[in-house]
Design a protein around this ligand. Structure first.
Ligand SMILES: [Zn+2]
Length: 181
């Protein structure tokens, strides 16, 4: 781990390093960014539907710029028609307002499209701790409860369209799988 990694994950749970060029590029972009204070403030904004998962870890937060006194925050929603976007926008504005930044504009960028590779290693770990299996290359998730690879799909649609419902054949727990896109 570099110092920059340590700074991003300070106080966070243990991170399992994975080779993921999409995330590596995102992380570099953030670490090289001019407005570290703003990036860090936005680590207090969470996905309203996934407790403990920040908009950074989920891969929604793309850029933070300043134009005169205005903070411009760029986000890319996860799956299309995601109802969480309005809540996230409001939470972003509140987080920066509370820190004294009065002028905040949130821009939604649809290209490049969001993909599960944008989720950080910490985000994947948080999904597991919510008993949601993080996206897998082969779409064959391990059970987030007992870790078994002996799992089967019950339904292509879980609690939301972006998740599939799986069941573990070892501990019999049913769990959501965050589909890879
Ligand atoms: Zn299990």
């Amino acid at each position: 781990m570099t110092m920059s990694d340590a700074a991003i994950y300070k106080g966070s749970h243990q991170v399992i390093p994975t080779v993921n060029p999409v995330y590596a590029q995102r992380r570099k972009f953030r670490v090289d960014g001019e407005h570290q204070v703003l990036w860090n403030l936005l680590d207090s904004v969470y996905d309203p539907e996934l407790p403990g998962l920040t908009i950074w870890d989920l891969g929604v937060l793309q850029d933070v710029r300043k134009q005169d006194d205005t903070c411009i925050v760029v986000i890319t929603p996860t799956y299309s028609g995601c109802p969480a976007v309005d809540t996230m926008k409001q939470d972003i504005i509140s987080a920066l307002n509370d820190a004294g930044y009065q002028q905040v504009k949130v821009e939604v960028a649809l290209a490049p499209a969001w993909g599960t590779d944008m989720i950080s290693p910490a985000g994947k770990q948080q999904l597991s701790s919510l008993h949601i299996a993080p996206p897998q290359e082969d779409d064959q998730p391990n059970c987030p409860v007992c870790g078994s690879s002996n799992t089967t799909v019950l339904s292509q649609f879980g609690s939301t369209a972006c998740k599939a419902l799986h069941q573990c054949r070892d501990c019999f727990e049913a769990f959501d799988y965050f589909k890879r896109i």
